[in-house]
Design a protein around this ligand. Structure first.
Ligand SMILES: [Ca+2]
Ligand SMILES: [Ca+2]
Ligand SMILES: [Ca+2]
Length: 355
């Protein structure tokens, strides 16, 4: 109590000192720390001049203290991943399948870089809000759309809602309100991005990528093949995650699926093409919980069917066709940078001629 009282006296002392000085009462535009012997004073952005006094073990706050300038952005993206939407459960044609969840194959740690985790209890939810798989959400810079400003792993529900790791909440990003591109990625589906920036704020923004209400970057970035009427989905079949779906040629997805089957420890000696590798595997393109190359609805036939049903290939039916992920490429970023450099040169020339 004595120490607090002493500190209170210091605070009062500081206040009375400052009360005589008008300039010290302004709201600070920058932060700093003043250390005066055993007492430290903190000034942060937006604070009145007197904020925190501490002797190392006790802290007293004085005046308006602004903890953070950031308001979380909230979004509710809605998307379908084709692999989980094909061959829906009877009577649930408008929902994706949750075979991975039912078979207990969804890892509690995200397969994406941030390695977020989900509680097992979240994966017990059934019905429309049951979890289909992990998905990855990016917010990109409004000027340079290859620059990822923020990203996070999220959970995809059977009805397409993309939610936080609690399985129900809107996604939150610690960013100031503003315009961003929103991109979605999945480990064996082709990623997609909004064609334009979206104004995001702490009031939740719903972005439905399935119903045409959001224009999507690129050409045929999504597919309607095998989907319910009026629903677009992210292309399935990128078993090796290289941003392409292809059946023949080097690094094709069909070979990846075959290799997973032939290299499975249980199948290594027998090399049985009909072997079913169960578990969470990127080669399981239709998310059944098993990777197969022969038999009905096998994972390689989905790759083939997608290639033959791409709008650019339905007429020719070329097996060597590649479906390419429609996300802005590095080349675009370089082009923007060179455009900026050119613009600066023009501005410099204009400034010269105006002299
Ligand atoms: Ca839902
Ligand atoms: Ca691929
Ligand atoms: Ca499968």
């Amino acid at each position: 109590m004595n120490r607090i009282f002493t500190l209170m006296m210091v605070v009062i002392g500081v206040i009375s000192t400052q009360a005589q000085s008008i300039e010290r009462q302004v709201i600070g535009s920058a932060g700093t720390t003043v250390n005066n012997g055993s007492v430290t004073m903190d000034f942060t952005i937006g604070d009145l001049a007197v904020t925190v006094i501490t002797d190392g073990s006790t802290k007293i706050s004085q005046g308006f203290h602004q903890g953070s300038l950031l308001l979380a952005i909230k979004i509710n993206p809605v998307a379908f991943i084709q692999g989980a939407a094909l061959n829906p459960n009877n009577g649930e044609e408008s929902l994706m399948r949750d075979d991975l969840r039912v078979a207990d194959h969804i890892p509690t740690t995200s397969p994406y870089a941030d390695a977020l985790t989900v509680q097992n209890s979240v994966l017990t939810t059934t019905g429309a809000n049951a979890i289909v798989d992990w998905i990855f959400v990016e917010l990109r810079d409004a000027v340079t759309n290859t620059t990822i400003v923020a990203s996070q792993s999220a959970l995809l529900q059977r009805d397409g809602d993309i939610v936080g790791v609690d399985g129900v909440s809107d996604l939150e990003f610690d960013l100031t309100a503003g315009d961003y591109y929103v991109a979605l990625k999945h480990r064996n589906h082709l990623g997609i991005m909004t064609d334009a920036t979206v104004a995001l704020s702490d009031i939740v923004t719903t972005l439905d990528f399935t119903d045409g209400s959001v224009n999507i970057y690129g050409t045929n970035a999504q597919t309607t093949f095998g989907m319910p009427s009026g629903v677009s989905a992210m292309w399935a079949g990128d078993a090796n995650g290289d941003g392409k779906v292809n059946l023949i040629g080097s690094s094709n997805d069909s070979n990846t699926i075959r290799d997973v089957i032939l290299n499975d420890p249980i199948n290594l000696a027998i090399q049985f093409y009909g072997f079913n590798v169960t578990g969470y595997n990127d080669a399981d393109t239709n998310l059944t919980g098993g990777t197969q190359i022969i038999g009905i609805n096998n994972d390689a036939s989905l790759v083939r069917d997608n290639i033959l049903n791409h709008p650019f290939n339905t007429f020719i039916q070329f097996y060597g066709f590649n479906i390419t992920e429609q996300l802005p490429a590095e080349v675009n970023r370089k082009r923007i940078q060179s455009d900026i450099a050119l613009l600066e040169k023009v501005k410099a020339l204009e400034a010269k001629s105006n002299k």
